[in-house]
Design a binder for this molecule. Structure first.
Ligand code: AMP
Length: 357
């Protein structure tokens, strides 16, 4: 079996490594700043856990390998300008947008995109970082450090945020997980729920959108598509050419997790439509110390990433899965007691949405 080298050594790389065991694959996440170049053999595979990376000897070496999967896609997705251009050219719904040039004025943005305009950095924005709202009624112009570095988007008055995780193999076969409902706070994912029968009628549309994107790029592996739902319409917010936080529930709730699915696809092992078990909820642990009692709750699967605790930092996640909603609700009650006050509204949201799922 070949070695799968992963550019990036954060929690996604670690979870790819965990998923490799039943496949008897060797997975080696690599830090971009590592002093030592990986010893990549001809039949090895190079993949990523991030869509952007600093230019270092290691990242240059890894991204120049013939076996670097999806080499062309990162330039098209990591820069929002190119990502939005690609979505427009594929005629896939996305928030109306325009480029922020060095001389772009707020008045012109409001004239084109409306009263509330969201500036987003072309590169490097994640977890709500790299965003700036321009409100017409508050006046104010495009800040100097945004000129020529961003795009501007119309505010989408969305009903909710859904994501779709899909995978494509080298023969063009595609498989998808059910649509996932996501709660973000300050741009950071806090919780996910899947599957939800009330959005099942949007599944085919979502699959057609992500399928078209993956086919157009001849993409191999797992890709995530984050969407806004506005009525019966799906509008793509952004794409991630990798395993994604909103797919972590698949570790507990599907017969093949998104991590294993990605490894199967990139290493030419069979991929299959994942059978989904019961109901799943994923709670992200953000800026909170680990509590061992989380591990005692039935139906929980606890992941702790081993990072230093800092406010706003993703430190772990907890998957809850059960065939019966009532058992999941009991587990959620227990978990709620063990998380700080600012998680109460997250649990309120999860309990309401789970009841409607
Ligand atoms: P992003 O960094 O693009 O994933 O955005 C983070 C979060 O900001 C999203 O999950 C939404 O909650 C919000 N957001 C992003 N773009 C828009 C938009 N055009 N209109 C309204 N909210 C947005």
């Amino acid at each position: 079996m070949p070695t799968v080298w992963v550019l990036g050594a954060g929690q996604l790389g670690a979870m790819l490594k965990q998923a490799a065991y039943p496949l008897a694959l060797r997975v080696e996440p690599v830090e971009p700043d590592s002093e030592q170049l990986p010893n990549i053999k001809d039949d090895d595979i190079v993949t990523v856990e991030r869509e952007q990376w600093p230019d270092t000897p290691v990242t240059r070496y890894m991204s120049q390998q013939a076996s670097f999967m999806n080499a062309d896609i990162f330039g098209k997705i990591a820069d929002r300008f190119h990502q939005k251009t690609m979505l427009d050219s594929l005629e896939i719904n996305t928030a109306p947008w325009c480029s922020v040039e060095v001389d772009t004025k707020a008045a012109a943005l409001h004239a084109e995109l409306g009263c509330d305009v969201l500036l987003k950095r072309r590169e490097g924005g994640y977890d709500g970082k790299g965003q700036h709202w321009l409100y017409q009624d508050q006046g104010g112009d495009v800040p100097a450090d945004w000129r020529g570095t961003g795009i501007a988007e119309k505010k989408i008055p969305f009903d909710e945020e859904l994501s779709l995780i899909g995978a494509r193999d080298q023969d063009g076969k595609k498989v998808f997980y059910p649509l996932t409902l996501n709660l973000h706070r300050n741009g950071i994912l806090m919780a996910s729920i899947a599957p939800l029968s009330r959005v099942a009628h949007l599944q085919d549309t979502a699959e057609a959108m992500l399928g078209k994107i993956m086919d157009s790029a001849n993409y191999v592996g797992v890709m995530a598509m984050e969407c806004f739902r506005v009525g019966e319409q799906l509008i793509v917010n952004e794409l991630a050419p990798r395993v994604h936080n909103s797919g972590h529930w698949t570790q507990a709730g599907a017969c093949v997790s998104q991590f294993e699915m990605h490894l199967r696809a990139v290493s030419r092992l069979p991929i299959k439509a994942p059978e989904v078990r019961g109901y799943s909820v994923m709670i992200n642990i953000i800026g909170v110390e680990r509590e061992l009692d989380w591990m005692k709750i039935p139906s929980t699967q606890c992941y702790w990433y081993g990072k230093d605790v800092r406010p706003g930092r993703k430190l772990g996640h907890i998957n809850l899965n059960h065939p019966e909603k009532s058992a999941l609700q009991t587990a959620l009650h227990e978990l709620r007691e063990l998380l700080p006050e600012h998680y109460q509204d997250v649990f309120n949201w999860v309990e309401t949405e789970l009841a409607r799922a």
